[in-house]
Design a protein around this ligand. Sequence first.
Ligand SMILES: [Zn+2]
Ligand SMILES: [Zn+2]
Length: 142
Amino acid sequence: MSKTQVAKGSCLCGAVKFLAKTMNPDIIVCHCKMCRKWTGGLLMSVFCGTDVRFTGEENIKVFDSSQWAERGFCNNCGSGLFYRLKGNQEYHIPVSLFEHCKGVIFKEQLFIDKKPEFYSFSNDTLNMTEAEILAKYSSPTT
Ligand SMILES: [Zn+2]
Ligand SMILES: [Zn+2]
């Protein structure tokens, strides 16, 4: 795991702002169907642990997306704000919401076998298929 940093970000309209105290600069891309539906593209996020402080919290709407996770978005501009695990309340936050993306590294691609044919991310990353993810985690991660 790379050295974490303190990082600030916001949604598109600015109604929701946040401070992540331990943002890990390793970018994880998820090509799963849910992430692609949610974003309209794919999810490119960084792991932020549990210490994320929000302002404008009244503008956050949370969508219960599966048994194990929920997804937050701004109810004014629609920006996807986070993917949060229900069990331990850990956050994955889309990297482009941050003010600066200093030192971030494109590290990993999840559900690589679900990636559509029409784009290819040719960076040298750690790639995992659905079967590999299911084998690694006792419960699915989408
Ligand atoms: Zn907004
Ligand atoms: Zn996903």
